[in-house]
Write a protein of this length. Structure first.
Length: 318
């Protein structure tokens, strides 16, 4: 079924074209026609092959690896749309790169998450749609509306469908407790927290588990799995504490370096992720299960275009 309003247009960057195509299918529109190429010196050139004058345009681009290439591509696309007289330019960033640089951890550190927000605004964006930002305060780095979508309902529906025996949701650190509590509420399961301590410099972290996991099915949840070091160590600690079975899940599968090897070696039955970032080689791990965020993002886009509430998508999850 096609969407009836031709003033809604969706364009894709090169970071996650499959997700963009799936979003377009869910809305019922075709992806916008744009050419993207590199000059011989590496400069990015974008040409719009259709009119966007007076249209509400959405650009889908995760700023994932290579982060700087994809970020610059997004900025050039926004500038092209602005100069082509788009009515509104809405940036859909399923994965927001540089989100972990959200504060000055040490003296003289940059706050790069804020810099990226400034760049997106200056390029000409009117709105940002993001999923599971690493730090909620990044929404405040923008002076334009930010619609923050949550991955927990998608993950929760999946685990509910599995009918797991005596589940317990586990946060791998203190910073992820709010996220873990949301999933625990979704599954009506208890919550456990892993307390990481480094006794002294250059000594391996000791992991203490706050909560009862013995004989239970543990579900580790994080927003990002990058090198998988923390998740793998957490799984080992849960196994030693008597967990019956261990699952782990995240919204953003960065999976850099030897992450897949670590996950394969860890006592984890399944690694559940979403498609905010395309997997380099989905067949590299037998444990991976990918859930799509396309229906959620498509619904959010339609609601924004039709001036409807976004928060109702997540009630009672917020």
């Amino acid at each position: 079924m096609s969407y009836p309003d031709s003033t809604l247009k969706l364009f894709a960057g090169s970071s996650n074209p499959r997700l963009a195509e799936a979003i377009a299918r869910n809305i019922g529109i075709a992806l916008g026609d744009a050419e993207m190429r590199r000059f011989s010196d590496g400069e990015i050139h974008i040409r719009l092959n259709e009119s966007v004058r007076g249209c509400d345009v959405y650009v889908v681009q995760s700023t994932s690896q290579p982060v700087n290439e994809h970020l610059m591509e997004l900025l050039v696309m926004v500038d092209a749309l602005k100069r082509a007289s788009a009515k509104t330019i809405n940036v859909v960033v399923p994965y927001y790169g540089y989100a972990r640089q959200d504060r000055k951890a040490r003296s003289r550190d940059p706050i790069t998450a804020k810099l990226v927000a400034n760049l997106i605004e200056t390029a000409g964006a009117h709105r940002v749609i993001a999923m599971d930002l690493h730090a909620m305060q990044i929404q405040g780095f923008f002076d334009i509306p930010v619609d923050h979508l949550l991955g927990v309902p998608i993950l929760g529906d999946y685990f509910q469908s599995k009918g797991l025996l005596a589940p317990v949701v586990v946060s791998p650190d203190h910073g992820g407790v709010v996220r873990a509590r949301r999933l625990a509420d979704e599954l009506q399961a208890p919550l456990a927290i892993i307390d990481k301590r480094r006794p002294e410099p250059n000594v391996v972290e000791v992991m203490n588990i706050i909560g009862d996991v013995s004989g239970r099915t543990a579900i580790l949840i994080d927003d990002i799995i990058d090198t998988a070091g923390t998740i793998s160590l957490a799984a080992e600690a849960l196994k030693k504490a008597g967990a019956r079975e261990i699952y782990c899940c995240c919204t953003h599968p960065v999976l850099s370096g030897k992450a897949l090897e670590r996950l394969e070696a860890a006592p984890i039955s399944e690694v559940v992720v979403t498609d905010t970032i395309p997997l380099r080689d989905p067949s590299a791990s037998t444990k991976l299960r990918v859930l799509s965020v396309a229906p959620l993002i498509a619904e959010a886009i339609v609601r924004i275009h039709e001036q409807q509430s976004i928060s109702k998508l997540f009630e009672p999850h917020v």
